[in-house]
Each structure stands twice: as structure tokens, then as C-alpha cells.
Ligand binder design. Sequence first.
Ligand code: ZN
Length: 565
Amino acid sequence: MHRLKWFVLAGFAVGLIGALVGSCDREPAGAVDAAVSDAGPRSDGGLPSNANLHIIALDDDSEQPVPARVDFAADGQPNALTFSNDTAGVPLGRDTAGLWTSMALLTGDGEARVTPGRYDITVQRGIEYDVARQRIDVPASGMLSETIRLPRAFDSAGWVGGDFHVHQAPSNDSDVPAQDRVVSLAIEGIEVVAAADHNENFDLAGAARDLRMEKWLFAMSGNEVSIDMGHFNVFPVPFNPALPHGGAPAINMSWDIATMLRTFRAPPEDEIVQINHPRMVSPLSYFVAVGWNPDSGAIGRPPFILDFDSVEILNGIEASRADIEQIIKDWLGLAERGHLLTAVGNSDTHRIVSAKAGSPRTYLRVPDDRPQMLTVEAVRQAIRGRHAIATSGPWLVVTVNDSAGPGDTAVLPAGNDVRLSIEVDAANFVPVDRIRVFANGSTVVQMRTVPSSINHQRFKEVITIPRPAVDTFYVVVADANTPLPRELAGRVDRDTFSYAIANPIFVDVDGVAAFSFPKPPLPPNLTTGMARPDIMPLPWWHDFDHSSVIEFDDCELEQATPDEP
Ligand SMILES: [Zn+2]
């Protein structure tokens, strides 16, 4: 428990731009505004006069401030909370959201009032940057100003980091306000998000606009359709806050998949539909519900309808190595039969403190990677085109013959071998120790060991694979035996394993226009139909002790904190 306490982000305050209000102790926005205006005289910069700490987080390359998160530990004692907990009236200054042991720098530049003393601070901005640690002495009077430079671990130009599965207050099992969620995403470097509240249409765009964070985050509406057969994210959806459930259709728990898809895929929206945490046992999830066996191709309880766009290979809750390896097998077992689903990674966070937004995440290759230039269509095309990399840490650059990337097809000239170029980069806290190349399914055709390192570039090699006799798709996976450090990873209550999975690159060798898959597709009589499989639903998440199984309750953490007012 102790190691968790310093990580508690009991949000309590705001800057002039917006509020980060704790997910347990929620204050209406009006109360927060009053606290700011009662703060007394401000300095010329519009900053509160009683701030004694000013932190700027700079991108070390661009030298521009970037949204970031600062965690405080007092003199090496992680559980000694001495960051001000004067929650009612602490003005934290422009662009700053204050937290008991942490603060969010909304635009990379913020102030706080902190109990004077010595702190070890940790500044981080998700997996694209090294974590920075520094010891500071906050004076009893005057202001300490610190500029923290965050070295960039890899260049994601041309790609955007997305989290297509985050929960907030409309979910019956989350109390995170929309603005908190936006902040939690922006400080992790997430650039595109789809809301995913259980059977509720919702959109974070309004909160992003209120916080003036559109420069950093493109928000799409969405719904986590949660039925007995599994959980499925649909985005975008028509969101209307004036209607019950945000305008979502009335959802029947016992819907079959065909009915669910027909309801949510209705034109003109053309939604992305994603299979969530496909092997989770509670709630029952899709691959378990239908009894999919990727080795034999057997389906225990058909139909196994596969008219989906994507599947969560990485999910912040379904995160054990055994889970992930099984789901990779499931996914490759479908792909080798020509049933292509885009592999994605999402946090499925329901909290701020105990589960980080953006861990894991999905990178999408898009025409313009500035969040304010993103469009629903660009996101849709990237997902449908499988121009995607799912990752909980490592950055993976994979090409065939220097041009074809994930989702692309390379036509191999006669006589040529396959030149598979792989580069893995990672921030200083992300372990990587193995790279596997899968060919046409779950067969590993190449494996490399990656030495332990904190350098950004962990691996770079062009692997020559002898020309295959038949069309072949290649999937590259980087991972590590060692989990990420818990205080920096997605979850504080369990391990997050380091994985990066690049979607398939298709190598066409036979000169026939269409890619030929190595196995025949699943028979149509098993993949179509509306009959609801005869499943035995486990206690569903409404009835289940959700907190003990799936979620770690932030509020319990906060209540365990000795310094709570
Ligand atoms: Zn969810």
C-alpha cells in the first residue's frame, strides 16, 4: 500500500483555463472558479501571488512546453504527502491542475503552492519521452522556478497516439469527470480519443474545448456497447446530451451480435466497431463467449460473426502476459484464414490514479499528425487500413523493402527476397528484450534478443527472409519479460508488460491480384446468423464486485492517505 500512496492524484484545483477535479471529491466547476477568484492579488502574469513553485516541462528537441505530469515525493519518502492539501482555496495558477502528490501541467507550464521542503520530483509525459527525475528545495518564501527538459525517446512523425477505450462519469463504474479525463490523456501525449462509456453515447470534445486543449487532443464520440456476448466499442456515435444515455439506442443485454452490429452500423455514421478485451472472463468477452479455438479453427458456440474493424490485443485491464500471448494467437489464427481485424491497444481506464490513460495505446498513420487537423475519416481510414501499431511502451518501425508499412501490401519482384527492416526505440523506463517475426500466422520465422539498455534505440536491423513460395503476411512483435516500473506504467496495482505489435505487412509473391491466405476462411454457416449462442453468462459487471476484480478504486487510496483533510 505504501508505494501506492505517493502516487495518489487526488485532484483538487485549477488554473484559469480549467479544472482538474478529483474523481472522488468532485467539486462543481463553479466552486472551483470561486476558489481561484478568492485567491487574492495576482502577479502581472496573472499568476496567483502565493504560488511558490513554478515548473515548465520542455520538449528537449523543440524547446516548447508540453503537457506533462509531475509527481512529488518528499525527501525520498514516497508516502510523505506534503504537497499542499488545502484543497478548497489553493489557486494553482495558469495552466496547472493540482493534485495532492502530483500536478498536471496542462500546457507544460504551471504553478502550485507546495509545503516548503525538499522533494524528489518525477516529470513524465507518457511513453514518447524519457522520465526526468530531480531533487528540488521549495522555499518558505519566494518562488522556485524549475525548467525540466524531457528528452524525446522516438519520433512519431506521421503517426498519432490514440486511446479508443476510456471511461468517465457517464459509465456506471467510473466517476471521472470529463475534464479530468481530457487532462489525463493530454499529459500522457494521447492525441486522439474515443469515449467508451457502458451503453452510453458520450463525447469528450466539449471538455477538450472548455479546457482549450484541441491543439493537443482530438476527441471522438463513442459507446462501449456492453452486452452478454461481450463488450464492443463503437465510434463515432451521435451524441446528444439532452437525450437519455446521450442518445444511445436502448440496448438489450441479450442481443445477438448481428442485431448489435445492425443497430450501431446503421448509415450514415459508418462506425468503427472494435472487439474489447476478447478473452476476459468477467464480463464474458467475445472470444470466450463463442469458444474460439485458433489452433483448430473450431468455434464452440457459433455463429462467430467477424464483421468488426478492430480487436484489442492490448488492454490495460486484460494485461497479463498469458492473456496477451493468447490474444495474439487468436488474432493471428483469424488472420491466417483471411479474417482481418486491426490490432489495437487501449487503456480501458476507469480512473485517474490507479489506471493511466494511454497505457496501452494505438498509433495510427495519418496524413496530418497534428491533432487539430485530424478527422473522423482519417482515423477510420487508418484503422480500417490497419496502419496501426499497438503498444504499451516500445516504438516499432517496420517496413518491407523500405516502403510497405503495417497494413500495406508489397509486391515482391521476381527473384527477390523479403527485406524486413525493424527498428525499436523506447523511453528510458521501458524494457524490451525480444523481437519476434511471425509469418502467415503464429509461426515465428525470426527471433532476436535485445540487450537490456536505457538508450532510445534498442534495435535496428534489416532482416533478409528467403523469398516465400506463397503470399505471406508478416507481423512483428517486440516485448519484454520484465514489466514496466509500476509507478510509471499504466497500473499501480498490477504489472504492465512491455509490448509493441505492428499490424501485418502483406507480401504478394504469386502475381495474382488478391492476397492468398494460407488457410481457407471459416465456413459461412459458422460466421453468419443471428442466433444467440447458448452461453452461460457469468455474473455480469452490474452484479459483480467490479472493484475487486477489474478496477482498483482510487477513492480507497485517497481515504487511506493520512494527510487527507
Ligand atoms: Zn471498458
